[in-house]
Write a protein that binds this ligand. Structure first.
Ligand SMILES: [Zn+2]
Length: 98
């Protein structure tokens, strides 16, 4: 029996590698967010996979530090395509002025 997968409702704007997530086992580092929560997508293997570790998400995320290192937590709401900006000062998302 297959484990149920939850569909992602939003995804970060930056690719998984920007958050220290590992490449696919085929060594393709150009991975994408899977349409499923907790999974990544390898275009080369055409498959969803669970990454070996969670990159920066494995620890408490020091948002300010991550921001200094160039990681952004802005996200896109998949259903609407709307962008939400992550405010490192408040720790909250708000709709981007477009
Ligand atoms: Zn692969």
């Amino acid at each position: 029996m297959e484990y149920g997968k939850t569909k992602r409702t939003w995804s970060y704007l930056q690719p998984p590698a920007a958050y220290g997530l590992p490449p696919c086992e085929c060594d393709n580092a150009n991975i994408q967010w899977s349409e499923y929560v907790g999974h990544l997508w390898c275009e080369k293997c055409q498959k969803d996979f669970v990454p070996a570790h969670g990159g920066i998400f494995d620890g408490p995320i020091p948002a300010r530090l991550a921001a200094l290192m160039g990681a952004r937590f802005d996200r896109v709401i998949l259903e609407t395509g709307k962008i939400e900006r992550f405010d490192v000062d408040t720790g909250q998302y708000k709709a981007a002025a477009s």
